[in-house]
Design a protein around this ligand. Sequence first.
Ligand code: C2E
Ligand code: MG
Ligand code: MG
Ligand code: MG
Length: 293
Amino acid sequence: YAAKRSGGGSTFYTPELDDTLLSRATLIAQLRRAVEEGDGLDLAFQPKFDLRSRRFFGVEALIRWRHPAHNLLLPDRFITLAEETGLITSLDRWVLRQAASQRRRWLARGVDLDIALNVSPHSLLEGDLAGDVAGLVRELGLMPAGLTIEVTEGALMRDPERAAEVLRRLRDESGIRVAIDDFGTGYSSLAYLKRLPVDEVKIDRVFVKDMVAEPRDASIVRTIIELGHNLGLAVVAEGVEHAEALDRLSAMGCDQAQGFHLGRPSPASMLVELVEGAGGAAGTSPEPAMAAR
Ligand code: C2E
Ligand code: MG
Ligand code: MG
Ligand code: MG
């Protein structure tokens, strides 16, 4: 595994290596327990900013796992494992319930923030996501839900007919908005993009992060914005880390933006302070840049 080489050529172990010593079986057992009991799982919320009104209008819910022995684990460390073991369906359903409950609590305090959540292909295509969401929305008295479901191109292309059917029901029965996440990195057919019930495309951050210095990246971003607008979709840029990128995106007519420059993923309580203006946009850094990466 990735033991770092020191200058002298001998290897030494980084603290992260502790994690790799955990056997896969142990990690799976711990993840199963966490998902089944919701114990140790947490949501961080990252603000989404509207470039026209210059206001925060929503947040994206991102799963975190306070692992018993390893601080905070980010999704890159366990989502694939959850997908491989089938735990992802329960995990995504847990996130859905937490996000909807958070929306309910915020509304009760007069805070109207759309909450976006990520849904894996499995969770979208297996089981009855549309029925579950409708039940939850009814139970919590949220209609329209004020929720956005983010799916990747891969999820849509795996079974476009079924995906379209589920997304259509989510929209019709619960007023869910639908976003295509990480847009530009997958292989979505433009023909399907036209036919799928989608409200928003999120430009993947690989194109956004260097767009100020790299004309080709800027061209890709501009092209996605134009494509999205021609299809009547809202376009969101993710991974906005600097003011310059934000300005360029504004000038290009991008609708919304998300990224460390605007706000890092944070606990729900800090989010409200951020959107209500305390502290300003940049500079809130409850999650250190390198948290458990
Ligand atoms: P995503 O949905 O594309 O989420 C955006 C990721 O980019 C988040 O990482 C966020 O912290 C990070 N990010 C935001 N702004 C910036 C920035 O300016 N610079 C950089 N370098 N990164 C930024 P995170 O939280 O580690 O999540 C990674 C991925 O894990 C997500 O990508 C999503 O695909 C997946 N994920 C997160 N939560 C869930 C969940 O509840 N269910 C499922 N199925 N997947 C999830
Ligand atoms: Mg997302
Ligand atoms: Mg994304
Ligand atoms: Mg992603």
